[in-house]
Ligand binder design. Structure first.
Ligand SMILES: [Zn+2]
Ligand SMILES: [Zn+2]
Length: 311
């Protein structure tokens, strides 16, 4: 609390305030794999991956899942501007909202799309292919905004006071996790990552020096000590038994990663389309239990569509 907001006596009116500004992450889509809808999904929502990160009027976007449609409609209120869109990878649930992103159709908007170089096709041809006449009525060339592509190489990107860095994750495509730093505040965003592929045991029995962590050492270092970790935990441990290699973590393996990064808080996005609100509520309860077993009871919660969290 700032000293100005602290009254001198118990009788004086008290108006608590957090000193200074804090950046936010606004979740527009928190579902993995495919959108869902219906009464069983009302609380968490059903749009696929899209978040906006910013302070005040300065913000940028990560991923173009179906949630980006809502974001686009909100953006129209402010008039033409330059929009920076980072893509973790080009699986459907991270790009399927792109053709419905309204600013793309309006002259004056400028959209810069940042992504990894991929394993074969370049980023532009993947986005262009998605708009092929076989899949969508409007072609890339018909979009009226100025669209540019930028491949993320080894250096970071700086936008206003935000520094954006990236690291590869363990996922069946060229996939990036991002770290965002703003005036010393940090957030790690890793939507798709299979931590400890094939490991089904109890994580409390693993020694921190175990060789099993070697393939993940760079990502753990990258995320170390972030103020807020946004990382998936898509499968229950039972589901993970039959989903090794699908690119997503079991709940308990994700808990161990949260501990190893020493993140201060954890928000879990990218919910499985099979998990309705009741399933997610009990899964979160179990996640807290596993963190406690690991002696790492940090604040953890599930992301939901339209959630805003500060870091
Ligand atoms: Zn995904
Ligand atoms: Zn994916």
């Amino acid at each position: 609390m700032s000293t100005e907001s602290t009254p001198l006596s118990a009788e004086a009116p008290y108006f608590p305030a957090i000193p200074g500004e804090h950046p936010y992450i606004h979740f527009f889509g928190t579902r993995g794999s495919i959108p869902v809808s219906g009464p069983r999904f009302v609380r968490h929502g059903g749009n696929t991956s899209c978040v906006a990160i910013g302070v005040g009027e300065n913000y940028f976007v990560i991923d173009a899942g179906s949630g980006i449609r809502d974001l686009g409609l909100q953006l129209l209120k402010d008039g033409p501007r330059k929009i920076h869109l980072f893509i973790t990878h080009t699986h459907w649930d991270h790009i399927q909202g792109f053709p419905f992103f309204a600013p793309l159709f309006i002259p004056g908007y400028q959209v810069v799309i940042y992504g990894a170089s991929g394993f074969g096709k370049d980023l532009k041809s993947i986005f262009r292919g998605q708009l092929d006449r076989d899949y969508f009525p409007v072609q890339f060339e018909d979009m009226r905004a100025k669209i540019d592509f930028q491949i993320l190489e080894t250096e970071s990107v700086v936008l206003n006071d935000f520094k954006i860095e990236w690291e590869s994750t363990h996922h069946p495509a060229a996939t990036l996790g991002f770290k965002v730093t703003w005036k010393g505040r940090t957030m790690g965003y890793v939507s798709d990552n299979e931590f400890l592929p094939g490991f089904h045991g109890a994580p409390q029995w693993l020694d921190e020096s175990s060789k099993i962590f070697a393939p993940h050492a760079k990502l753990i270092r990258f995320l170390r000590d972030v103020d807020l970790l946004v990382h998936e935990a898509q499968y229950t441990n039972q589901e993970y038994m039959s989903k090794v290699g699908w690119g997503h973590s079991s709940m308990s393996n994700a808990c161990l990663l949260a501990k190893l990064t020493r993140a201060k808080r954890w928000i879990i996005p990218h919910h499985d389309p099979m998990h309705d609100d009741a399933t997610l509520a009990s899964k979160l309860n179990l996640t807290r239990e596993v963190l406690s077993t690991l002696d790492h009871s940090i604040e953890v919660t599930h992301a939901f569509d339209d959630m805003i969290a500060y870091f």
